[in-house]
Unconditional design. Structure first.
Length: 66
């Protein structure tokens, strides 16, 4: 048993939670905010893509250059 304890590097107490992957409250808020922004952006892209095949109001107008 003594050999196993010596083989493992000493880890500070604060770093132990990082190794487990436990996010902090601020990290969770940041992830939630980014997710909401990404969902809004995706919704916009999906809406634009669904309207891409439809003729827009400006396409139907007569544009003469002269």
């Amino acid at each position: 048993m003594g050999e196993q304890e010596q083989a493992q590097p000493a880890v500070p107490i604060g770093a132990a939670s990082e190794d487990r992957g436990d996010p902090t409250t601020q990290q969770m808020r940041t992830v939630g905010q980014r997710r909401r922004e990404a969902e809004r952006k995706l919704d916009l892209h999906l809406e634009e893509a669904s309207h891409k095949g439809e003729p827009s109001a400006t396409e139907g107008e007569d544009h003469s250059e002269g």
